[in-house]
Design a protein around this ligand. Structure first.
Ligand code: MN
Length: 232
């Protein structure tokens, strides 16, 4: 038995709908852009191949949580996303086998310090400080694919204090789930516990302390978080 000098950190995890069990999170991969309209609103060519960035596993927080407004930003943006939970390992997974590696699905919010991202883009610097901060990956309860099926279409939406800001359909994904899993697995060997945030549709925007973000994907689930004051 290995002895550690400090207590072993808790295992990050997300809830499972209708169950007391939880899904242990190993890594978080995120697709940079995957809906044509959102790619266009940032001036990008929607035919570009997908690219990925990451968040730390312990950036996950449950639906129903109040998230303190993060430091270093005055432009905290929401991005509603379908989340894919990987159940079995695979390297260079073919598209036709990709869905066999998916344990289930959830609804996540890729919180983004947009001002830091804009500065990073201009300076050709990494995105980490804009994307990979504490509590930057809220994720609602997962549903097992054996219950939900593998969604190819369905409304994906987000509202701030009840006002709808993002409203699209999974059918608009430039690269559907099977493509994303397959392409991601060309770069890394996917493992059980990996989450993939699959990109956000158009309509992203900023939130302020005190506002509540809600969202969902038809047939998959919902999420709701509140933005609190900055930690002092
Ligand atoms: Mn995103």
């Amino acid at each position: 038995m290995t002895a550690f000098v400090l207590p072993v950190p808790p295992t990050p995890s997300v809830a499972i709908a209708g169950s007391g069990e939880r899904f242990a999170v190993r890594r978080i991969f995120c697709v940079g852009r995957n809906y044509a309209a959102h790619a266009r609103e940032f001036g990008n060519d929607e035919r570009d191949p997908p690219f990925f960035f990451t968040k730390p596993a312990d950036a996950v927080v449950d639906s129903g949580t109040e998230i303190p407004y993060p430091p270093l930003t005055e432009s905290l943006h929401f991005e509603i996303e379908l989340v894919v939970a990987i159940g079995t390992s695979g390297f260079r997974i073919s598209r036709d086998k990709a869905l066999d590696h998916v344990w289930g699905y959830g609804v996540g919010i890729d919180l983004t310090r947009r001002d830091l991202q804009d500065a990073a883009k201009k300076a050709a610097r990494p995105w980490d400080w804009s994307k990979a901060f504490d509590r930057s990956a809220p994720c609602g309860p997962l549903i097992a694919a054996r219950k939900s099926g593998h969604p190819a279409k369905g409304r994906i939406w987000l509202a701030v204090d009840g006002a709808v800001k993002q409203d699209a359909d999974l059918a608009e994904l430039i690269w559907p789930v099977a493509d994303i899993v397959s392409i991601c697995s060309e770069a890394v060997e996917l493992q059980p516990g990996d989450l993939i945030f699959t990109g956000t549709p158009a309509g992203v925007g900023a939130v302020k302390p005190g506002e509540t973000i809600s969202g969902g994907v038809d047939g998959i689930g919902t999420i709701e978080i509140t933005i609190g004051q900055s930690k002092s």
